[in-house]
Design a protein around this ligand. Structure first.
Ligand code: DGL
Length: 270
């Protein structure tokens, strides 16, 4: 049993899709969320910059003495997880392994689609992990750089003509490849799931990376007897840009009214 909080971070608001799942399956845990809203997006940046930012994000969360950290960002998980794991003496959970595992388990025809930020796709991390798990699976990958800014600006609803236009162009090669499983390799994308699902059709399963990562973290912490014993945990939120409007936007990502305090942090100090 371990009463310390779990730290969760993302480049912005997308990681809240993982936090939502953590709250659902582990309601007794205290959670500390950091969204690097002042420096989002990470997905267009070089690996060196992503690694520097990720180290600062972890250093900030470590000031809360967390028992584990969930990297609720596809871009950081794909580019910096090895270093973060080697440099920190606590469990660090990324989204890549859990999402790859879910995809190879769920595909029936061996054709898996992958969408993510430019930095995630460039890293090849999801493909490597899927090939390691099942070399018979073929992965068709596509970077979707416009999705994150659309979501961060509240443009994600199905029926939104801009979303539909952009999604149609990005997803066409995956449709042509006949994928039956699509990894939403960025934690912002579950908000686009309805629009993406409508375009891909009912035969295509969508893998929500934030949710599968949270499920995996919960499973491992339980196995290690590291879960908290309280009934209801609290959530604290930190962002690196203005806190104004955070509650409204966060409530959209969480799918419920956001409770808990939100504060601004100067992340460059870490
Ligand atoms: N949520 C991040 C991810 O999963 C967003 C990417 C970004 O900051 O560009 O990749």
């Amino acid at each position: 049993m371990d009463q310390r909080p779990i730290g969760v971070f993302d480049s912005g608001l997308g990681g809240l899709t993982a936090l939502r799942e953590l709250r659902k399956i582990l309601p007794g845990e205290d959670l500390v969320y950091f969204g690097d809203t002042g420096r989002v997006p990470y997905g267009t940046k070089s690996r060196e910059i992503i690694l520097r930012y990720a180290r600062q994000d972890v250093a900030f969360l470590r000031t809360f003495d967390p028992k584990a950290i969930v990297v609720a960002c596809g871009t950081v998980s794909a580019n910096a997880l090895t270093e973060l794991t080697a440099e920190n003496d606590l469990p660090i959970f990324g989204v890549v392994g859990a999402a790859a595992q879910a995809a190879v388990e769920q595909t029936q025809n061996g054709q898996v689609g992958l969408i993510g930020t430019s930095a995630s796709i460039r890293s090849g991390a999801y493909e490597r992990e899927m090939a390691r798990l099942n070399s018979a699976v073929t992965v068709t990958a596509r970077a979707c750089p416009l999705f994150v800014p659309l979501v961060e600006n509240g443009r994600f609803r199905s029926g939104d003509r801009v979303v539909e236009l952009v999604a149609r162009e990005y997803l066409q090669p995956l449709q042509d490849a006949g994928v039956d499983t699509l990894v939403l390799g960025c934690t912002h994308y579950p908000l686009l799931a309805k629009a993406i699902g409508e375009l891909m059709g009912p035969g295509v399963r969508l893998i929500d990376t934030g949710a599968v990562c949270a499920d995996n973290a919960a499973k491992v912490l339980e196995e290690k007897d590291m879960l908290a014993s309280r009934e209801k945990g609290a959530c604290r939120y930190f962002v690196s840009d203005s806190t104004e409007d955070f509650a409204r936007l966060a409530s959209i990502f969480l799918g419920e009214h956001m409770e808990g305090d939100v504060d601004r942090v100067d992340i460059e100090r870490y």
